[in-house]
Write a protein that binds this ligand. Structure first.
Ligand SMILES: C[S@@+](CC[C@H](N)C(=O)[O-])C[C@H]1O[C@@H](n2cnc3c(N)ncnc32)[C@H](O)[C@@H]1O
Length: 229
C-alpha cells in the first residue's frame, strides 16, 4: 500500500521551502542553482547565466520586447537564486526587479549585483509579489524555479500576481515541470508538481493570459509563453 500523503498547510509548505533553500544556499548556493558543477568559479557561474539569457531571451526578442528598446524596459524575475541570470538581465534591460524566497539566496544575489544599480533584489514570501513596487512591467521571466514548487496553487498565484504587474500585451515566459512521471509530495521542495499541456493552457486562461506558445510538453523543462490579454 502507498504511504499516505503528509498533510501540510500552505504556510507550513512555504516555511519548508524557505528553510530548505536557505540550507541549500548555505551548503553550496551555486551548485543548487545550477547542478552541472559543485565548484563554480565566478566567471563560469555568471557565464552560465549569460548563456541562459542568450538561449532563452536573445533568441526571442520579438516576443519579449515587442518593438521596445531593452534599455527602456522594466523586467521582473521570480526565483533569482544567487543572481546568475539576474546579472545577465541587468546588462540587457533598463531595470530588473527580482524576488526569491530564500534570504540566503537573496544575500548572494545582492553580492553578485553590487555593481548593477539598475537591479533590485527582494526576499518574498514564496507565493506573491507584494514586495515589488506596483509599477507597469514590460516582461516577466522565471527559469528553473516552478520546477521545484510542489503546489499548483502557489504557481497559479504567481501567475495572477505577474498578471497584476505586467502591462497589457506583455509576456511572462517561464518554465514548469512537464514530466508527468514525476511525483511531487506537498513537502518536497526539490521536485515540483508536473503540468500537462492542457493544464498549462487552462491555468493561463484562468489567470487572464493568452498561453500562446508552449515548448517541451512531457519533459522536465516545459517552457510557457503567457501574453497578458
Ligand atoms: C534552482 S534555483 C534557480 C535560480 C535561478 N532562477 C537561476 O536559474 O539561476 C531555484 C531558486 O528558486 C527559489 N525558490 C524556490 N521556491 C520559491 C518560491 N516559492 N518563491 C520564490 N523563489 C523560490 C530558490 O530559493 C532558488 O533560489
Amino acid at each position: 500500500m502507498k504511504p499516505a500523503t503528509p498533510k501540510i498547510t500552505r504556510d507550513q509548505q512555504l516555511e519548508k521551502m524557505r528553510r530548505d533553500w536557505d540550507a541549500r544556499a548555505r551548503e553550496n548556493a551555486r551548485h543548487y542553482v545550477n547542478t552541472e558543477r559543485t565548484d563554480w568559479t565566478d566567471d563560469d557561474f555568471f557565464a552560465s547565466g549569460e548563456q541562459q539569457v542568450a538561449e532563452d531571451i536573445l533568441t526571442d526578442m520579438q516576443n519579449i520586447c515587442q518593438g521596445r528598446e531593452p534599455r527602456e524596459m522594466r523586467v521582473l524575475e521570480i526565483g533569482c537564486g544567487a543572481g546568475r541570470i539576474t546579472r545577465a538581465l541587468a546588462k540587457l534591460f533598463g531595470e530588473v526587479h527580482a524576488v526569491d524566497i530564500s534570504g540566503e539566496m537573496v544575500a548572494a544575489a545582492r553580492r553578485a549585483l553590487a555593481g548593477f544599480p539598475n537591479a533590485h533584489v527582494y526576499q518574498n514570501n514564496g507565493c506573491d509579489l507584494a514586495v515589488i513596487p506596483a509599477r507597469d512591467f514590460d516582461f516577466a521571466y522565471s527559469a528553473i524555479v516552478f520546477q521545484h514548487i510542489p503546489s499548483r496553487e502557489i504557481i497559479e498565484n504567481y501567475c495572477r500576481e505577474v498578471h497584476r504587474l505586467l502591462r497589457p500585451g506583455a509576456l511572462f515566459k517561464f518554465w514548469v515541470q512537464g514530466d508527468p512521471r514525476t511525483e511531487s509530495a506537498p513537502d518536497d521542495t526539490w521536485l515540483g508538481v508536473p503540468f500537462t499541456d492542457a493544464d498549462a493552457v487552462a491555468m493561463g486562461k484562468r489567470c487572464g493570459f493568452d498561453p500562446r506558445y508552449r515548448h517541451g510538453a512531457g519533459n522536465q523543462y516545459f517552457i510557457l509563453w503567457y501574453f497578458k490579454e
